[in-house]
Design a protein around this ligand. Structure first.
Ligand SMILES: Cc1cc2nc3c(=O)[nH]c(=O)nc-3n(C[C@H](O)[C@H](O)[C@H](O)COP(=O)(O)OP(=O)(O)OC[C@H]3O[C@@H](n4cnc5c(N)ncnc54)[C@H](O)[C@@H]3O)c2cc1C
Length: 430
């Protein structure tokens, strides 16, 4: 059967269609498929894991005491020896997972592929969710541009796990981004993997180390755009993650600005690596890979039924419809080249809940949000955006989406307390 948007497209029916194959999207797919839903996952690239795998951000944060798919990933990677603890051992004396674990991303990608294959989730790589057909604040069809032509996906419920809130924007939902006064989002970054450093070379463990390394660079006349330099041993011997690049003020809804930031980030990586070879210890530095994917810290924050705020996170607010307990504090990177890093106005987050309602976008009734595009303000986003919280948002969204398809209802009618119970049944301590 053919469907006419402005382009002809073959129609395929699913219970749940998920846009975006980052960790939130994969978690949503796993959860929906385990609830018996027929699931499609649409990913514009050729691999799963999003920022973590494509963007060379191989460090999982805020994963302690998280059950569900967070624990499954850790168990799998730990059992194969594919992790490297950043601070101390992998487990503390109570058996809890410690935050800050470097992982081998190729093994993560393969685990995600295998998990979805086993669950018969239909993954469409190199496929872009590009147009949403709407009727009365519902998505009636999603146009997906694929290598084999246009496909029209029809589902009962859709999940936006695109990181940047791309599907919600296509569906006309309102969004915000950027600092409350300047409007500038957190910087984007192009990371690289390098080799050729002495094995005992000191890595940057904290902000003071990062600033010290930047000072060494400045004194040698090497100017980098990032206000601090991140150099960490990856989980693979001899391979380091090096981050020297910040792309400031890149609006997540400006395709040309995003492309130019990608271009400029890549150019800076090679220029800085060349200059670094004159520094002691870096003489044999080689670039192994520069990411093909610009790491976006802050994309669209879609306006939802509940918007997490600075107050919620600094006062440790808890909710009956909790789906994740966030422990990670406010991590705001410099938002312009002159900055002066704003550390959340000197405040720290007190462990707080993400409520199910933050996954419900205003203005589209059969769509759920998962991952870093959920509803929150600048400071809340700067806290909950790390992997240990992104994954449970996906699991909660996948559970609710499958429930809706099964019961013929909408995400806004799902009892948030039932979603919380589901998360607790997966081992999340809320
Ligand atoms: C530089 C940097 C450093 C970071 N450091 C850490 C860290 O050390 N530890 C940590 O835990 N977190 C870190 N984070 C945050 C964390 O990596 C992200 O917030 C998290 O991975 C986001 O996951 P996600 O699934 O929501 O989105 P993403 O990982 O962005 O995944 C979204 C996916 O959707 C796909 N997509 C987008 N649009 C479409 C479309 N229209 N159709 C189809 N597919 C689409 C993309 O290709 C992508 O694969 C960092 C982020 C950055 C950028």
């Amino acid at each position: 059967m053919k469907h006419n948007f402005f382009l002809p497209a073959t129609i395929i029916q699913y219970d749940v269609v998920i846009s975006g194959g980052g960790l939130a999207g994969v978690a949503a797919a796993v959860s929906a498929a385990r609830q018996g839903a027929r699931v499609a996952l649409v990913e514009s690239g050729g691999e799963l894991g999003g920022d973590i795998t494509k963007g060379f951000v191989p460090q999982l944060l805020d994963c302690q005491d998280k059950g569900g798919f967070v624990a499954e990933i850790f168990d799998h990677l730990n059992s194969g020896g594919h992790t490297r603890a950043r601070r101390g051992a992998r487990y503390d004396e109570t058996g809890s997972k410690i935050p800050g674990t470097m992982i081998e991303t190729e093994y993560l990608k393969s685990f995600l592929d295998k998990t979805l294959r086993d669950l018969q989730v239909e993954v469409y790589y190199h496929s872009l969710a590009s147009f949403a057909e709407l009727s009365e604040e519902r998505i009636t069809a999603l146009l997906v541009t694929t290598e084999g032509g246009n496909l029209c996906f029809k589902a009962h419920t859709y999940v936006d796990a695109t990181g940047n809130g791309q599907l919600a924007a296509l569906a006309g939902c309102e969004y915000e981004f950027g600092h409350p006064t300047t409007g500038s989002p957190q910087p984007a970054s192009m990371n690289m993997l390098v080799t050729g450093l002495p094995e005992d070379f000191p890595q940057t463990e904290n902000n003071a180390d990062k600033a010290k390394l930047k000072q060494v660079f400045e004194e040698a006349g090497i100017h980098v755009s990032a206000n601090e330099i991140f150099l960490i041993r990856s989980a693979i011997d001899g391979c380091w993650v090096l981050s020297v690049n910040y792309q400031y003020d890149v609006p997540p809804d400006d395709p040309l600005a995003l492309s130019q930031a990608t271009r400029d980030g890549r150019i800076e990586c090679t220029e800085v690596a060349d200059a670094m070879r004159k520094l002691p210890g870096f003489e044999k530095l080689d670039i192994l890979l520069i990411s093909s994917h610009l790491g976006i810290r802050e994309g669209r924050r879609i306006k939802g039924q509940y918007r997490l705020t600075f107050e919620d996170i600094t006062q440790g607010h808890k909710f009956d419809d909790a789906i994740s307990l966030v422990r990670f504090s406010i991590d705001v990177h410099a938002i312009d080249a002159a900055d002066k890093r704003d550390h959340g106005q000197g405040k720290r987050a007190i462990p707080y809940h993400i409520p199910y309602r933050a996954l419900l976008p205003l203005g589209c009734d059969n769509l759920l949000l998962a991952g870093r595009c959920i509803s929150g303000d600048f400071y809340a986003h700067a806290s909950y955006r790390v992997v240990g919280n992104v994954i449970p948002t996906g699991e909660a969204a996948g559970f609710a989406a499958a429930y809706c398809a099964r019961e013929g209802t909408l995400p806004g009618n799902v009892d948030g307390k039932a979603v919380r119970e589901y998360m607790e049944s997966l081992g999340y301590q809320l």
